[in-house]
Design a protein around this ligand. Sequence first.
Ligand code: PMP
Length: 409
Amino acid sequence: LEALDVEAIREEFPILEREFDGQQVVYLDNAATTQTPDPVVDAMSDYYREYNANIHRGIHHLSQEASIAYEEAHDRVADFIGADGREEVIFTKNTTESENLVAYAWGLNELEPGDRVVLTEMEHHASLVTWQQIGEQTGADVEYIRVDDDGRLDMDHARELIDDDAAIVSAVHVSNTLGTVNPVAELTELAHEHGALSFIDGAQAVPNRPVDVGEIDADFYAFSGHKMAGPTGIGVLYGKRDLLEEMDPYLYGGGMIRKVTFEESTWGDLPWKFEPGTPQIAEAVGLVAAIDWLEEIGMDRIQAHEEEIARYAYERLEAEGDVEIYGPEPGPDRGGLVSFNLEGVHAHDIASIMNDHTVAVRAGDHCTQPLHDRLGVAASTRASFYVYNTKDEVDKLVAALDDARQLFA
Ligand code: PMP
């Protein structure tokens, strides 16, 4: 694979030039949200300047242009993730809403006492809290596949939990805390062997590796635009067409109906059945621009770049001797982020010292509180990388640790 021209890529992100106290920002908080390149900003700006209108095919020209752009955005996403057409692509607000859509529209109706919802100990609160609530409301049990001491799923435990009582398995594709890349096709196969569905949280996978939902055979797959060089306010729920056909809507209103009388209503076609009200039109346009931009670079090259930076960060941090790193060693089952703790120093103090050096990292539980309990720590510091990051920036992160030691350790 040809290496990325990172300098050329960085030129499309004016925000990376920003300085605070005379120091250029080092942005290592990409698992929270990525920065947005000029072509994405331009596409959204063109939309507002040139064809802003409500969709659903108003008779006038502007509405027709906006409708076509919005509808075709579904086709572009379907093509990007290997879905079988726009009917399988629902636009939501984010990954969290995609989780809630399935939990409410499918889970609340289908789950009964005695059913098992199988999660993993490394789930993000987006799925963990949601399924916990659905469990409480339906009487279904929620159980968690254990994470071993290397930060990988205990697949023997997975085989124990995914039996004929399992109704759905919801697993994170790439952990936003451990960086672990989970065997999601294998988990899906296990689920299907026992008549259960699979929901894969791809929030940290779609931005930085080729993903084909057909290869995984997932029933549902979710991700967010703002973590893949796209805008905030738009997420995706992929679902297999026959399942989505059977499911009732989760939200009701205009734009999703076929016929309404004072007594009753019937639902429109997929995917509109799940997209009531005025949707994220500008954001859909931005998401398409982001996908075009990513594919032009190449998802495999993006993955290779990120893994190289993450490996470098892992090795440099490990060489420090007093840094504990969570998750698997660099390799095929580790993605582009590193969560760690410096001996004797609180994660928030690290993040604050990093900020003094204009290094942007995240400290806290990263919406995985139970996983942090499992790791035996309250918080960690996370550096997460994207297509524009360099080894030089990793060096700045590591250099800032000296200050943290002097001040706090
Ligand atoms: N799942 C994972 C693995 C994530 O990293 C995140 C974002 N931190 C989410 C879900 C939730 O994404 P959003 O906030 O866009 O809904």
